[in-house]
Design a protein around this ligand. Structure first.
Ligand SMILES: Cc1cc2nc3c(=O)[nH]c(=O)nc-3n(C[C@H](O)[C@H](O)[C@H](O)COP(=O)(O)OP(=O)(O)OC[C@H]3O[C@@H](n4cnc5c(N)ncnc54)[C@H](O)[C@@H]3O)c2cc1C
Length: 313
């Protein structure tokens, strides 16, 4: 175990943002007993532990991350009828490819999301085009740090909601494996939807490194209550498919598309993405996030909440 732990391991290239310092300690874990050992080790050393998936929803501090960073590499992947057993470290794109081969439907929405793993996507209940991870989850196997054992949770026990789950609320639960239930459909139809979704992303999303949407979309009722005039004038006819208001719309209305601090820039293609134009630092991204939040509050009485996760802050 100790042999596998690396010291001062660079993390930027393990994220889609390509930003951030090094992990004080770093380990890739592919077996259950290794995960248990890692937790014993951090307890003994009295240091913190952080979990890394595909790094596609993360901002890592320029100062790096203290303690042990665990990259979950459980890459188990098998199909049995309309069910799939999938390790938390398998990428969404790999699961989607296998699903297409077996004519299984339910992950078409994920085509074109870079690097994301099943573990990170279950934690945040990733979704697009009105479909989400929780639609296809039967069970999730977790390691419960407090109980020091593995347990299986049914989908109902996972408290999935918009961009949240029991795992985003309870940091003691590490996602290890899942069983997905995906109905069989016509393969051609699946392929067509997958292609259409990719075209949409290529058209709308920036090509520069980013961490996807920075802020969560908003409940229109809350905007209406706090600022009815603004709601009537700018929002009421622009409510999205899920009944939410896009955070990108608010940033656009603030006139912040293209706003730059150092190497961090509000994307011109999609205002809810901040891109790394080359040499952005985490500090510059944080300054830009802070500016957007302040202006949204001062101008529109709107509290934007981050969807991206911070590591090492
Ligand atoms: C270009 C682009 C487009 C995107 N489009 C979408 C989209 O359409 N829909 C969408 O929902 N998201 C989208 N995202 C965001 C991102 O891809 C998803 O949130 C993804 O599910 C994150 O998975 P990950 O493995 O990269 O997690 P990471 O970014 O590595 O981690 C995210 C959080 O999950 C935790 N975590 C990771 N693995 C585990 C585990 N095994 N157990 C417990 N906690 C864990 C981490 O500690 C962290 O807090 C996009 C991102 C990019 C860069």
């Amino acid at each position: 175990m100790l042999k596998k732990i690396k010291k001062n391991h660079p993390l930027a290239d393990l994220t889609t943002f390509k930003i951030g310092g090094s992990a004080e300690y770093f380990i890739e874990i592919s077996a259950k007993d290794e995960l248990k050992e890692a937790f014993d080790w951090v307890k003994e050393k009295n240091i913190q532990i952080s979990i890394l998936g595909g790094g596609s929803n993360l901002l890592i501090s320029d100062q790096g991350v203290k303690g042990l960073v665990v990259l979950i590499k459980n890459e188990k992947l098998s199909v049995h009828g309309e069910r799939m057993t999938v390790g938390a470290g398998v990428s969404l794109s790999k699961v989607l490819s296998l699903a297409i081969n077996y004519s299984l439907s339910g992950l078409e929405w994920s085509n074109g999301i870079p690097r994301a793993t099943i573990g990170g996507s279950i934690r945040g209940n990733a979704e697009a085009f009105s479909c989400s991870m929780s639609d296809i989850i039967e069970t999730v196997e977790v390691f419960d740090i407090k109980k020091n054992k593995f347990e299986i949770l049914s989908c109902n026990m996972c408290s999935f909601g918009y961009r949240k789950s029991i795992f985003s609320e309870n940091k003691n639960l590490i996602i290890w494996e899942t069983i997905l239930r995906m109905p069989r459909k016509d393969k051609k139809q699946i392929e067509e939807i997958v292609e259409k979704n990719l075209e949409f992303r290529l058209d709308k999303y920036p090509r520069l490194p980013s961490a996807g949407s920075v802020f969560k979309n908003l409940n229109p009722e809350k905007i209406k209550k706090k600022n009815p005039l603004f709601f009537d004038r700018e929002i009421k006819d622009k409510i999205g498919r899920q009944g939410l208001v896009g955070a990108g719309l608010i940033i656009d209305l603030l006139g912040l598309k293209g706003k730059t601090i150092g190497g961090a820039k509000v994307s011109l293609e999609h205002a809810n993405h901040i891109v790394n134009t080359g040499k952005a630092t985490a500090d510059e991204v944080v300054q830009l996030i802070s500016l957007i939040k302040t202006q949204a509050r001062n101008n529109f009485k709107i509290d934007l909440r981050e969807e991206i996760q911070y590591l090492g802050f």
